[in-house]
Design a protein around this ligand. Sequence first.
Ligand code: SF4
Length: 287
Amino acid sequence: MKDHIIVCPFDEQLLAKLSERNVVIKSHDLNILQSIQKHLNKSLRLHAIKIQTDVPLSAISFQEDWLKLPLAIYSPEFGNYRDLLHQLNLIRRLNIRIFLSSEYDDNYTGLKILSSLNINCGLYFNNGSINWEAMNDLMHYAVYSKTKHAHIEPFDWLVSNYEPTDYMDYHSVYFNNPAKYLHVNEKEQIALNEQEMLNNRIIGDGIPSLDRIHVNEHYNDFINARYDIMLQMNECAYCPAFRICLAKFEHLTNKNDTCKVFFSDFINAADYSFKQRNSKRTKIWQL
Ligand code: SF4
């Protein structure tokens, strides 16, 4: 079964072995886009390119050459709006999602600006702090606002895919949900997600073992971990929003004023959106 999308570095030998699979190429270097461009051919099934850069968004020099590339650019901060202004038309034409870190307060406003300018964007989480109030405000804007705006992730992904009786893993947005994505390095070692790869927690070796991943013990343990949490009877097991958070902020000491408030509002927004999508409302007669 070749149903997982493989997240890997740009390594020509590795990519040749992955030619039958959809891949996400990840890098920290924007200059790599030129090399990938040259490599684009029928044997590369490119799902996306993820670039995690240290450069602020406004200091990135966007290129016409990138028009054919499916891009997810992760930048730590929005930067100076004026510097970005002259690039907006080009950015809008790109197949791109721009992610900004949850660490800086200005980014929450920056994402609203990008979205209102019709640029798909999102928030990503690293080890830094989260402004829960600002994130809640951004989520409300993404889900409830009637003004025209582009997607803001992970909010749009979750409300679009939401099923009221199912578990949802919004880490799909970041190519980090092992049910859909697996990470492979140059040595063909397999990890469940980016963090696991960084921590050298390898669950398999060799490209052929990707076909046997569904019988891999570590893989199955991870996928089933959500059910184990429910049995642990801890704060997350009793949380009304567990289905969409999956205990991703289990490490927080104060959950009551942070993640619980946010995810409870988020699940309400997802329910609201689900009902809107599925309601057979009577159309009011209009002139
Ligand atoms: S929102 Fe907080 S308390 Fe609820 S499941 Fe997530 S981490 Fe646990």
